[in-house]
Design a protein around this ligand. Structure first.
Ligand code: NDP
Ligand code: 2IT
Length: 444
């Protein structure tokens, strides 16, 4: 058995109850085979693959908090510090009832390669909790965040591990967590990113993941003699990534006709009204039914359905495995040209393979959603030099980083005879830098 297959087999046996983690490792290891085959002896001797699939450490803790009626609750908190070969651990905190160790491990593992692709000095990590912020008052969210940080603060720091937002964690939650860290640790440091602008946040971080997704999609289309202008685009999700993806897609001349949340989806043939969507989701924290109620051209449908709408470009921006093989078949038969992932691992392995076999341009999340964490790293730079850059400066750097990622993943795929396979290109380009740093630093 080859080295990749041996390690994959061990991962499957050791983590049998964590399907999302196995899925992420399977995708990465299968696609880096050309590099591993070319370096097999060296990598085997140094156990590079065994070391990269095993987190440096996994922290799991109890998070007790009290609701507005005086009732105590207990949630589970996690931080997985995966790999710090190229920089301090960096990655978001997910607050969602579906969170368990396997979700945090898959996200942390992906983050290693994503962060490497940004070209910035950040290692991979992820955390979160099974706490559900939906329907909670601000006070209840604060109580949870303070309790969460009263344990997490022991393990993080500006040069050690720098968490940020993810599903369910936005500016409000980061603010409560930052306040508690500062109080407990007694330092004012860039320990979290995605902070408010009045206390060390970076301009353009809020927009960065969605904007970055469109910058790289635009770079891909331009490389193939096309552009976003006049394209019909379907987006899933209605959160941070989706909202700013829709906004930038419209600025670049595309027409976005859908969005969704966990209960239903909107079809708006006249194009999504971003100002209204922001009001419903960011201000009122309401359901998409309120969007439909306020807009004549919009239809609301219960359940899942955005992939049934005919489009040129599909941007999954909600959650893992939201685009399956049946969705991929529908998209292909409707003439889709590009699928670019805004979420982490939104496309199943089977669906990815089907899209690639049908010559659809497919950009994997670790490349196409890297703009968020890249801008977090720019926030860290600004915090270190105690300065803040203008929106144009940060946005310009973000665009340059996304164009560079596109170039690097294209070239890596070509170098190993897999031209146009951006999954392969992203995993190889991300892996090579981390492996080189691990080899240089010895077995530790
Ligand atoms: P938000 O919490 O802001 O929004 C998430 C959106 O996805 C909401 O519309 C939510 O609906 C929907 N959603 C979440 N879970 C499910 C589910 N199980 N089924 C259906 N819909 C669901 O999160 P973000 O926009 O920040 O994150 C979206 C994705 O992008 C995630 O995969 C995240 O890991 C990834 N990502 C985020 C980055 C960031 O900077 N924020 C950076 C890179 C990747 P509802 O409101 O009903 O729950
Ligand atoms: O998945 C991701 O890259 C994020 N949630 C953002 C992480 C970060 O540190 O900004």
């Amino acid at each position: 058995m080859g080295y990749v297959d041996e390690v994959l087999e061990q991962v499957k046996v050791k983590n049998a109850a964590e399907p999302e983690f196995i899925q992420a490792v399977t995708e990465v290891l299968n696609s880096i085979r050309p590099v591993v085959d070319a370096n097999e002896e060296k990598y085997r001797k140094e156990a590079i693959l065994e070391r990269i699939v095993e987190p440096d450490r996994q922290i799991k803790f109890r998070v007790p908090w009290v609701d507005d009626k005086g009732q105590a609750h207990v949630n589970i908190g996690y931080r997985v510090q995966y790999n710090n070969a190229i920089g301090p651990y960096k990655g978001g905190l997910r607050l969602h009832p579906s969170v368990y160790l396997g979700i945090i491990k898959f996200l942390g593992f992906e983050q290693i390669f994503k962060n490497s692709l940004t070209g910035l000095p950040i290692g991979g990590g992820k955390g979160g909790s099974d706490f559900d912020p939906k329907g909670k008052s601000d006070r209840e969210v604060m109580a949870f965040c303070q309790s969460f940080m009263s344990e997490l603060y022991k393990y993080i720091g500006a040069d050690e591990d720098v968490p940020a937002g993810d599903i369910g964690t936005g500016a409000r939650e980061i603010g409560y967590m930052f306040g508690m860290y500062k109080k407990l640790n007694g330092t004012y440091e860039g320990v979290l990113t995605g902070k408010g602008l009045s206390y060390g946040g970076s301009l353009a971080r809020t927009e960065a993941t969605g904007y970055g997704l469109l910058y790289i999609t635009d770079a891909l289309l331009k490389d193939h003699g096309d552009s976003l202008n006049g394209k019909t685009i379907v987006v899933s999700g209605a959160g941070n990534v989706a909202i700013y993806a829709i906004q930038k897609a419209q600025q670049l001349g595309g027409k976005v006709v859908t969005c969704s949340d966990s209960t239903g989806w909107i079809y708006d043939p006249e194009g999504i009204d971003v100002a209204l969507l922001k009001e419903v989701k960011e201000v009122k924290r309401a359901r998409l039914t309120e969007y439909a109620a306020a807009r004549k051209s919009a239809e609301y449908h219960e359940g899942k359905g955005v992939w049934t709408i005919k489009c040129d470009v599909a941007l999954p921006c909600a959650t893992q495995n939201e685009l399956d093989i049946d969705d991929a078949k529908t998209l292909v038969s409707n003439g889709v040209k590009v699928v670019a992932e805004g979420a982490n691992m939104p496309t199943t392995l089977e669906a990815t393979e089907y899209l690639q076999k049908n010559n659809i341009f497919f950009l994997p999340g670790k490349a196409s959603n890297a703009g968020g964490v890249a801008t977090s790293a720019l926030e860290m730079s600004q915090n270190s030099e105690r300065l803040s850059w203008t929106f144009e400066e940060v946005d310009g750097k973000l665009k340059g980083i996304m164009e560079n990622i596109y170039k690097n993943i294209s070239e890596a795929a070509k170098k190993y005879g897999r031209e146009g396979d951006y999954v392969c290109g992203a995993n190889i380009a991300g892996f090579e830098k981390v492996a080189e740093a691990m080899l240089a630093q010895g077995i530790c």
